[in-house]
Write a protein that binds this ligand. Structure first.
Ligand SMILES: Cc1ncc(COP(=O)(O)O)c(C=O)c1O
Length: 469
């Protein structure tokens, strides 16, 4: 009998955690069980996930930023069904297919005038790897600069540019010539660039880890300094590109023109993995500089037809549904509603980010009683408070969020860009409820303690969850 996925879901219902435990990553299964995040999700639509019990979850992780259009967008689904039914000649390899050309044209058409060419791959980390190689080849220089708290992927090249020690441990030696500098510190950048051996400065316009934002003046300096010292400026927009910040490219907020821009997550339409590197003609032609070098950098599944269709359909929806403008407006609605909670709750110190990448920044309260409670929690484990908020948001209110980084009391929200006032109101109401409990009485502490008490993690003294992206 032919393979039937619906039937498989019925037959193997509820075996998901056992199978992961047995054949995949048992630690992930363990962490999720510990936090009580172990569910059997059966459907995703728009901003929501549904489990086998019929419960609905508001998904403010959005697959770490993949679901800009929400899940199962009908226009992307239709385009993919159509593409399959057309029996498109896929991955001929010794061919220049139409669809990659059209998608590249579309991306270049949205970018600043210096970005003329596109390289397609399958993921964010592959886009980073390509950017590193392209920059080295274009400049003939070895070094690459990155920032503390940076996240550019987890393959060995991009891992060398990771600002989190916890990801690197045990995987070295990594790419030589990668140097870390503080995010937002133009003087530190200049000190490194002055050596004259830097190929590129790779940086996220808003850092995913911690939702860190730098001011306009910093970005102006970054561009000027890179140009002055002959290094390429690489804007990693894998997470914050494609409308998330309220502009199509996040760097547009600062009026700057990076030499290389990487994209991935949202371009997939939530269906087919894809990565894209946009760069100048000069950079690109330095890589593919002769007939012999025509395939010097490539990957088997890059430019595959389904990924191209998903990308084209996604961009079409962006235009049809004015996704970028909606993200900007919904971001403003979040800012206004969350600002009121900052006023009300001592432990919520600030809201940062742009558009629909939102950081809820928690910190030590002023009043004595609350400070004691805060200190007790932080003594158990650094930045435990943010985890203590994430857990009841999920259990009480069925909202999926994440801590923004290890050892940081920041929660990161990445709502789908199709989220609207209904989702803003629901989330803010839920956060209000959880923060109210955190500030009055000890219910929340007890609730969290009960969840964690069930945990083997706590006994092992390990961190409750590693924030991957
Ligand atoms: C800014 C940034 N760059 C690169 C990556 C790596 O992308 P991928 O997980 O597709 O390799 C991520 C992933 O979260 C990211 O947020």
């Amino acid at each position: 009998m032919a393979f039937d996925v619906a039937e498989l879901f019925q037959k193997r219902h509820g075996e998901n955690f056992t199978l992961h435990n047995e054949y995949l990553n048992p630690q992930l299964a363990r962490v999720l069980k510990t936090l009580g995040f172990d569910r059997f999700y059966v459907r995703g639509e728009g901003c929501y996930l549904y489990d086998d019990k019929g419960e609905r979850y508001l998904d403010f992780l959005a697959g770490f930023g993949v679901y800009a259009l929400g899940r199962s967008h009908p226009a992307v689904k239709k385009a993919l069904h159509d593409a399959i039914d057309l029996d498109l000649p896929n991955m001929v390899q010794l061919d220049c297919a139409l669809l990659p050309g059209v998608l590249a044209e579309q991306l270049v058409g949205r970018a600043h005038e210096g970005l003329r060419r596109v390289y397609f791959c399958n993921s964010g980390t592959e886009a980073t790897e390509a950017a590193i190689k392209f920059a080295r080849r274009a400049t003939g220089r070895p070094r690459v600069l990155f920032c503390d708290h940076a996240f550019h992927g987890l393959t060995t090249g991009s891992l060398a540019l990771n600002g989190g020690k916890e990801f690197k441990e045990g995987f070295g030696p990594l790419l030589p010539g990668a140097s870390e500098i503080p995010f937002g510190d133009a003087a530190a950048l200049e000190r490194e660039l002055a050596a004259g051996d830097v190929a590129a400065f790779v940086v996220e316009p808003i850092q995913g880890k911690g939702v860190n934002v730098a001011d306009d003046a910093y970005w102006q300096s970054v561009q000027a300094l890179c140009r002055k010292h002959g290094a390429l400026f690489v804007s990693d927009e894998v997470q914050v590109g494609m409308g998330r910040t309220g502009k199509f490219f996040a760097h547009e907020h600062y009026g700057i023109q990076p030499d290389i821009v990487t994209l991935s997550k949202a371009l997939s339409g939530g269906f087919i993995p894809v990565g894209a590197v946009l760069c100048t003609d000069k950079v690109y032609m330095s890589v593919y500089s002769s007939l012999e070098r025509a395939m010097v950098h490539s990957t088997t599944f890059g430019r595959n037809q389904l990924a191209m269709v998903a990308g084209l359909a996604t961009l079409d929806v962006f235009d049809e549904e004015k996704i970028v403008e909606r993200a900007r407006q919904t971001g403003e609605a979040f800012d206004a509603a969350l600002a009121a909670l900052v006023e009300r709750y001592e432990m919520l110190h600030a809201i940062r980010g742009k558009g629909l990448i939102i950081g809820l920044v928690f910190g030590k309260p002023e009043s004595r009683g609350l400070r004691m409670r805060w200190n007790a929690l932080e003594a158990m484990r650094t930045a435990l408070f943010s985890q203590m908020v994430v857990v009841p948001l999920f259990h009480r209110h069925r909202i999926l969020t994440q801590v923004a980084a290890d050892n940081m009391n920041v929660i990161k929200l990445l709502p789908p860009l199709i989220a609207g006032q209904e989702e803003v109101d629901y989330f803010v109401g839920a956060l209000d409820d959880v923060l109210h409990d955190a500030h009055h009485g000890s219910g929340l502490f007890r609730e969290f303690g009960t969840t964690m008490a069930k945990s083997a993690l706590r006994r092992g003294g390990q961190k409750p969850v590693m924030a991957p992206a």
